[in-house]
Design a protein around this ligand. Structure first.
Ligand code: SAH
Length: 219
């Protein structure tokens, strides 16, 4: 490995130790995925030095790539199995999709912003994540043709849980979604079984708006 590659590897090791393990992320497969995915490839050149820092980063068009710990918390909550098909709403930089792709069989990811969609697709292709399928469109409606999904992750804040996403969750399926106002949300985990849908709260958070037919209206 070249010098810079080794440097990023060691930055990832400390990110996992100091930001994830120390705060209770335990799933070894999840931790392994974070040691592997080159987060610095998903941010703009000018922010590369901060790629592994303990905070969110701007990715353009007023959108952000979440703080590493939040990505880890949401990923662990989904309890992904290697043959799972996962839907992500809000591709953004593509980083979360890449983490999911390390754990799942296939990842379907939807982005409503054309510029971010094009850019993320290029990064994903460059890094060789052939099990990620990108789509440009309104993710609040899900991805009907590919449903049902074993797991769904929404990475933008919703006013309420979009009905189509619940409908597209398989029996035994899990979903994580931040729900609340535009300034603060509660991270909700949903579990669907034969009886219906069960919700638990994972903690407060702050995400950019989920905009669409079953989300917030565009400005
Ligand atoms: N998961 C991303 C970060 C997401 S930021 C990452 O790892 O980098 C939230 C993203 O959700 C933004 O890119 C925003 O454009 C997108 N978004 C908002 N509403 C959406 C919708 N209805 N469908 C798809 N994407 C949406």
């Amino acid at each position: 490995m070249e010098v810079s590659g080794r440097r990023y590897q060691s930055l990832r090791e400390s990110m996992v130790k100091n930001q994830m393990e120390s705060r209770g992320i335990r799933d070894p497969k999840v931790l392994e995925a974070f040691k592997k995915v080159p987060r610095h490839e998903f941010v703009n050149e000018s922010l590369i030095d901060q790629a592994y820092s303990d905070h969110p980063l701007p990715i353009g068009d007023q959108q952000t790539i979440s703080q590493p710990y939040i990505v880890a918390l949401m990923t662990e909550a989904l309890q992904i199995d290697s043959d799972d098909r996962v839907l992500e709403i809000g591709t953004g930089s593509g980083y979360q999709a890449a983490i999911l792709a390390e754990l799942a069989y296939r990842v379907y990811t939807v982005e409503r912003n054309r510029t971010l969609y094009e850019k993320a697709r290029k990064t994903i292709e460059k890094l060789g994540y052939y099990n990620i399928i990108c789509r440009y469109g309104d993710g609040t409606l899900g991805w009907k043709e590919e449903a049902p999904f074993d797991a769904i992750m929404v990475t933008a804040g919703a006013p309420e849980i979009p009905g189509p996403l619940v409908d597209q969750l398989s029996i035994g399926g899990r979903m994580v979604i931040p729900v609340g106002s535009t300034s603060s949300q509660m991270m909700i985990k949903l579990y669907r079984d034969e009886q219906g849908v069960h919700e638990t709260e994972l903690g407060g958070c702050r995400f950019v708006k989920l905009i669409g037919q079953r989300g917030w209206k565009a400005d």
